[in-house]
Write a protein that binds this ligand. Structure first.
Ligand code: ATP
Length: 163
């Protein structure tokens, strides 16, 4: 069955939007498989944002955990490193809510419920369209493919934490 990793980012938690966001996925009809409040370690934030960082600088790469240390060393002092630091301090600025959701078509559907990365371009009715204004404070993350859904759930949850 298809799974998506959905995460409420620190701004969403701080602003008291947890219930509102969970409720949208529940009402849509997806099944909750895992849920926890979690302080993201810096190392995990680095792994998660390296691909995004490269994409923003025009490179398409898929970064695995094992590549992380080497890549970080290579990037030291670069503009990309500075951008990554910003993303990492955002995601480690407070607790996040990690969720695993299951259902047919859940990955694409969750992306629709979430809306465009830039909240100013997100349609009204979407989470970002209704609740956010800044790309750097866009309240929620959702996996971008079924493969990444499985990969991210394995990365953020231990086995006993999932039903
Ligand atoms: P997410 O992966 O969080 O669901 P996304 O897939 O819509 O978002 P990505 O391009 O993968 O977008 O970027 C991941 C996250 O990194 C964004 O959600 C945002 O929080 C942050 N981000 C990306 N680009 C920028 C930027 N230019 N300025 C500030 N933050 C950014």
């Amino acid at each position: 069955v298809e799974e998506s990793y959905i995460m409420i980012k620190p701004d969403g938690v701080q602003r008291g939007l947890v219930g509102e966001i969970i409720s949208r996925f529940e009402k849509k009809g997806f099944k909750l498989k895992g849920l926890k409040l979690f302080e993201c370690p810096k190392e995990l934030a680095e792994v998660c944002f390296l691909s995004t960082g490269f994409r923003n600088f025009g490179y398409s790469v898929h970064v695995e955990i094992e590549d992380c240390v080497v890549l970080k060393r290579a990037l030291q002092g670069s503009e990309l490193q500075a951008f990554l630091s910003q993303l990492i301090s955002y995601i480690t600025s407070g607790p996040v809510v990690c969720m695993a959701w299951e259902g047919v078509g859940v990955v694409a559907s969750a992306r629709k419920l979430i809306g465009a990365t830039n909240p100013l371009q997100a349609e009204p009715g979407t989470i970002r369209g209704d609740l956010a204004v800044q790309t750097g404070r866009n309240v929620v993350h959702g996996s971008d493919s079924p493969e990444n859904g499985k990969r991210e759930i394995a990365l953020w949850f231990k086995e006993g934490e999932l039903t």
